[in-house]
Design a binder for this molecule. Structure first.
Ligand SMILES: O=C(O)CCC(=O)C(=O)O
Length: 227
């Protein structure tokens, strides 16, 4: 099965070894220089402060996959960089399109591992095939917000039908998890001794409608395309 067929069927795919260790380390350094010195809060829309991030999300292999899926041109929509230091709590189960409200195959996310990730250090949890449900119901979450985490990460939780089984794939530094707009996903708490660095990049099909959002302040932007 090719990657796009696998993605359409499972709601995710992993593009292996897209970025070198040196590129990942460089992006982590950029983020470290941008962060407030007192905390490790995620940096929303880090591409606005760094051309290196914009270049990274414009990677040819990622864009080729995204534009095949869209059957059209891609633009950037949002980025968020996560430091996730030891002890940070993960995201509650959610679907990215709950917030973006894009129609059809016009919105997709690429989650770039900037360190090796696993269940233990805050790796993502995914529910394969759950994208086939499209929009699922949410319930108010009882968990408290976590230090160093996105303030919206733990407010609501998806109600996922029991037939879907959660998995926590290991993703190596420099590999990219592509996430369908309706795939149920969450993240584990970081129970390790080191930061779990990752960059979320989202893409919108050129001309498609989306919700900008009060916190994320999404605004489509051009990528740096090279052929
Ligand atoms: O990086 C994480 O822990 C989760 C990020 C995520 O799922 C999201 O921003 O939609």
């Amino acid at each position: 099965m090719n990657k796009l067929d696998f993605f359409n069927n499972q709601g995710y795919t992993i593009l292996e070894n897209i970025f070198s260790n040196a590129v990942c380390d460089d992006i982590n350094k950029v983020a470290d220089n941008l962060r407030g010195k007192k905390d490790y809060m995620p940096i929303m829309n880090i591409h606005k402060s760094s051309e290196k991030v914009l270049k990274l999300m414009s990677n040819n292999k990622i864009l080729k996959f995204v534009e095949n899926f869209f059957e059209g041109n891609a633009q950037g929509l949002q980025t968020e960089y996560f430091f996730m230091p030891p002890g940070t709590k993960g995201f509650s189960p959610h679907q990215d399109n709950t917030y973006v409200k894009a129609k059809g195959n016009s919105f997709i996310s690429a989650w770039v591992a900037l360190t090796d990730v696993s269940q233990e250090n805050g790796g993502l949890m995914i529910w394969p095939e759950s994208h086939k449900e499209e929009e699922m119901a949410l319930k108010e979450n009882e968990s408290l917000p976590s230090k160093n985490q996105d303030p919206n990460a733990r407010k609501m939780s998806l109600i996922i039908p029991k037939k879907y089984q959660v998995v926590s794939p290991k993703i190596s530094k420099g590999s990219v998890l592509i996430i369908h707009s309706w795939l149920a996903h969450a993240s584990n708490d970081n129970a390790s001794e080191r930061n779990r660095n990752a960059l979320l990049c989202t893409y919108i099909k050129q001309g498609a409608n989306f919700r900008s959002g009060n916190y994320a302040k999404r605004k489509s932007f051009n990528l740096i395309k090279t052929n």
